[in-house]
Unconditional design. Structure first.
Length: 89
């Protein structure tokens, strides 16, 4: 069972701003989700399918690719041959 203190800790780890008024509601919802997982744990499955499964993915085949100039042609901003993106932090 998840406590309100656990919810506050999870919110802090995820950097989610949850007000004190919202904590009881999130605690109830979180415990309901965990109850669903307990129900799923009781379901008996059929296991893995029988043999006959094959890899449907193609083999990797080397092919010519874009030149650096062509790849950077539509970039908004470039620097030293790379796409320059805005600073995140």
């Amino acid at each position: 069972m998840i406590t309100e203190r656990d919810i506050e800790h999870i919110a802090e780890l995820a950097d989610i701003g949850i007000s004190k008024d919202e904590v009881p509601e999130f605690t109830t919802q979180f415990n309901a989700i965990l109850d669903y997982f307990e129900v799923l744990d009781t379901v008996v499955g059929e296991g893995a399918p029988a043999a006959g499964i094959t890899n449907v993915f193609r083999e990797d085949e080397p092919r010519p690719c874009l030149s650096q100039e062509a790849a950077l042609a539509n970039a908004g901003s470039t620097e030293n041959g790379f796409i320059k993106a805005p600073r995140v932090m």
